[in-house]
Every structure is written in structure tokens, then in C-alpha cells.
Design a binder for this molecule. Structure first.
Ligand SMILES: [Zn+2]
Length: 449
């Protein structure tokens, strides 16, 4: 039985889908105004692990991840760059999808763009206006009246009394903290900072607020009540709190059953920030010789609810562990069955709120277990990797370079002539070039040292 820690109830709960055999899953996607940093990617790797595990235990998963291609930041930065909003955001959307692939993150079933769903956002805003949960401000923008929604704050544990005492009335910005909780913008009336970015609609000329984007897109593809919503812990407030308010007031019932949030990532014990120049991108890791999968492996060692501390030493240790795993795996024979005992251990770890650290440890345990047949190990590792997503099924033995192959040929000739001294000398030469050879019945195998 899969247990998940639900932010809404603050409890670990057994997962029960709304519709048997199916899961509706929504993940807040990137705001495409720049490259995500490695901390952002923690959220996407976490959603990928969750989805892979749901599929592994037999669910049919409909996964929606949006692209925020219209908000305060995309407008600000596209204008600064002198590019149209569309060109600017399309570039970063493509780059994001390329990096997802590098991290072996499976594509979502649907990846809707906010600018393709303005109509749905306007409709939801109109509905909230009609039902009295929203009002038009004197600037022409439409705001959500948080005092009208009695359970406002239930996700993030907001102190409602503080809101009551708040003298400020409303906020137009997309991002703000709990202390500044107030009526937020559903629809932002055009002002000159928006340049040529606006839509003419029944609720006026303007653009949607960030929060209504996710409510409208999730409802369109998953319905107004679905199973799981994921995101980084920093999205709990105001973004997810506001999503709940908008969606539940529009529909009149519960929006999402399970809210899952992954924790932060620190860099050398500090928060990531532009000013500290530690907001690393995948490219920074690759420039130091690490692969995106090294990073994925490093992350999986911890449960998603643990704050992790990124260090170059830690990443290097993960990279070495992966190399070790690869050279071990590539020498395992085919044709085995999945080892049930280890599969049970793996499932137990994953059922415990997706404990990937323990799941990885189980993979190493089966490798070290001499009682398990090699071919069984191979089949079991491959099964585990449908969840872990390290890309093991595509691992192949590297072909040795031409000079090594020539030396092997020369050595085979020497062996034929029973010139053992020469054969040993060549073996030593190959070793000095960084390769190891093994004579088998089917010929000479070569491995990189
Ligand atoms: Zn969102």
C-alpha cells in the first residue's frame, strides 16, 4: 500500500484514487524566462519518480505539467531582451524539454501552455465574479476576496486572524509571502509595463494572474476534482493556497485529494541565490564533467521530504557509484527472473512515502548478495530502474578504440604462436592505456578501467 505525506492533512495517508486504476496528476511546471537551476529540477525529478512508481504499481496515470509562459517575469525579461513574448518563452520551453530528456524525466501526458488557455482563465474569473468571490478593483483588475473563502490558509497553515487584521487590501504581484496575504489578482488590467502583451476579453484588456493559470489548466485536463498535485515547497504559499481558493470557490467542492511538496536544496549549506553565484544549472555540472544522471542519482539518495545539501564532493561520489554500477551491470548475463524477495524490499521502501534512498540501498544489497543468481540480479535491477530512471536498459559496453583493438589482435596472434612473453607484454601495454582484457570462450573481452 502506497503511503504519501499529504501537505493538506499533514499526515501520511494511504493513497486511494478517485477512479479505480487511474490517477490524475498535476505538477506545476516551469516559468520559462530562464534556465531552471538544479534546485528547480528537484521538483521535476520528484514528480517523475512519483509518476513512474504509480505506473509500476499498475495505475494508468494522466500527468499534466503546465508551462507558465505569461507572468510578471516572462513579460519583464522578454521586454528587456527586446524579443516577443512568444519567441522568448518558446526558446526556454525547448531548452527545458531538452534538459528533462537529459535527466531521463518522462514527458508529461500533456504540457499545456498558459497563453493557449486564456479563454479558460477568463471563464473561471467570470464564474468567481458571478458567485461573489471576486470583485473588480478601481484599476480594472479582478481580485479574489480571500475573506469570502472560509478555509483560506488550510494548506499552508496561515493564521486567518492576521488576515482579518491586515490593513492592506490587495496585491497585484504574482509572488509574495505569507505576511502579505491579501486579495490577489485573478486578472491584471493592462498597464504600460506589459507593453504589447494583453488580451481583449469580456473582463477587460489585460492578462491572467499566475495562480489562475494552474487552476484553469488543471481543471481543463483533469476535471475540477483530481488525485494528486505536486510542486516545490516554496509553492505552498501563495501559489497553491490560491489555486485551492479559486478552484474550490468556482466548483463548490474539493479540488485535490493529495498535495505533495518536495523540500529545498541547499548548496554547501547555503540557500541558492544569484548573488552568491551558486544557482547552478545543469550546464555548470556538465562543464565539470558530470552527467545529468549523476545528479539524478545523487538526489535519489534522499527522500523528497528531506532538505538536501549539494556539494561537489557528494556529486563526485554519486558519479563514482554510477560508474561502479555500470561496470558491474554490464557483465551480468541475460535470461533471469525478477527476485521477489528484493522486489518486496524495494516496494516497501517506495510505499513508505517514496523512500528512494532505501530503494537505491536495496539495489546495492542485491548486487552484494552472493546467493542471488547473476541473471536474476540483472532482471531485478532493470525492474527497479523503471522507477529510478537511471536509464540502465540503454547502458551498453563501450567499443574499445582502434589502437586497443589492434593490440588485442597482435596479442591473439602472439598467443597462437605460443609466444607468452609477447602476449603478457601486450596485456601490460593495454592496461597502461586504461583497458583490461578478459579471455573467454567466445573471444577476448575488453573493459575500460
Ligand atoms: Zn502552478
Amino acid at each position: 500500500m502506497l503511503k504519501l505525506l499529504n501537505t493538506l492533512t499533514k499526515k501520511e495517508e494511504v493513497f486511494k484514487p478517485i477512479k479505480e486504476g487511474h490517477v490524475g496528476l498535476y505538477s506545476c511546471g516551469p516559468t520559462v524566462y530562464n534556465y531552471p537551476h538544479i534546485g528547480n529540477y528537484r521538483a521535476f525529478i520528484f514528480a517523475d519518480i512519483l509518476k513512474r512508481y504509480l505506473k509500476y504499481i499498475g495505475y494508468d496515470v494522466m500527468h499534466v505539467m503546465n508551462i507558465t509562459d505569461i507572468d510578471d517575469k516572462t513579460i519583464r525579461d522578454s521586454i528587456a531582451r527586446g524579443e516577443s513574448l512568444l519567441d522568448f518563452t518558446e526558446f526556454y520551453t525547448k531548452e527545458f524539454n531538452r534538459e528533462l530528456k537529459d535527466l531521463n524525466i518522462e514527458p508529461a501526458t500533456k504540457q499545456p501552455k498558459a497563453t493557449d488557455h486564456i479563454k479558460e482563465m477568463v471563464q473561471m474569473t467570470e464564474e468567481l465574479l458571478e458567485k461573489g468571490f471576486a470583485y473588480k478593483g478601481d484599476d480594472g483588475s479582478v481580485y479574489f476576496d480571500i475573506k469570502k473563502f472560509k478555509s483560506y490558509g488550510k494548506l499552508s497553515g496561515l493564521d486567518l486572524e492576521k488576515i482579518e487584521n491586515n490593513t492592506k487590501s490587495r496585491i497585484k504581484k504574482d509572488e509574495y509571502d505569507k505576511e502579505n496575504a491579501e486579495d490577489f489578482a485573478l486578472w491584471k488590467a493592462w498597464d504600460q509595463n506589459d507593453g504589447d502583451v494583453y488580451w481583449d476579453t469580456p473582463i477587460g484588456r489585460g492578462r491572467p494572474g499566475w495562480h489562475i493559470e494552474c487552476s484553469a489548466m488543471s481543471t481543463k485536463y483533469l476535471g475540477d476534482h483530481f488525485d494528486i498535485h505536486t510542486g516545490g515547497v516554496d509553492l505552498t504559499f501563495p501559489h497553491h493556497e490560491n489555486e485551492i481558493a479559486q478552484s474550490e470557490c468556482a466548483s463548490g467542492h474539493k479540488f485535490v485529494n493529495y498535495w505533495l511538496h518536495n523540500e529545498h536544496l541547499l548548496i554547501d549549506g547555503k540557500k541558492m541565490s544569484k548573488s552568491l553565484k551558486n544557482d547552478y544549472r545543469l550546464k555548470d555540472l556538465q562543464e565539470k564533467g558530470f552527467s545529468p544522471i549523476d545528479y539524478r542519482y545523487w538526489l535519489l539518495q534522499a527522500n523528497y521530504k528531506t532538505i538536501v545539501n549539494f556539494t561537489w564532493e557528494g556529486l563526485s561520489a554519486s558519479s563514482n557509484a554510477l560508474k561502479k554500477l555500470k561496470s558491474y551491470y554490464l557483465n551480468l548475463p541475460e535470461g533471469g527472473k525478477i527476485n521477489e524477495q528484493y522486489k518486496n524490499l524495494f516496494d516497501e521502501a517506495m510505499n513508505d512515502n517514496l523512500n528512494t534512498g532505501e530503494a537505491l540501498a536495496t539495489l546495492w544489497k542485491i548486487i552484494k548478495d552472493e546467493k542471488v543468481k547473476d541473471e536474476e540480479k540483472k532482471a531485478t535491477i532493470l525492474k527497479f530502474d523503471t522507477v529510478l530512471g537511471l536509464g540502465i536498459k540503454d547502458w551498453k559496453k563501450e567499443q574499445a578504440p582502434e589502437n586497443i583493438l589492434k593490440l588485442i589482435e597482435a596479442r591473439n596472434l602472439a598467443r597462437k604462436e605460443k609466444n607468452w612473453q609477447e602476449s603478457d607484454r601486450i596485456r601490460e601495454e593495454i592496461k597502461n592505456l586504461g583497458y583490461k582484457i578478459k579471455d573467454t570462450e567466445s573471444g577476448t573481452e575488453v573493459f575500460k578501467l
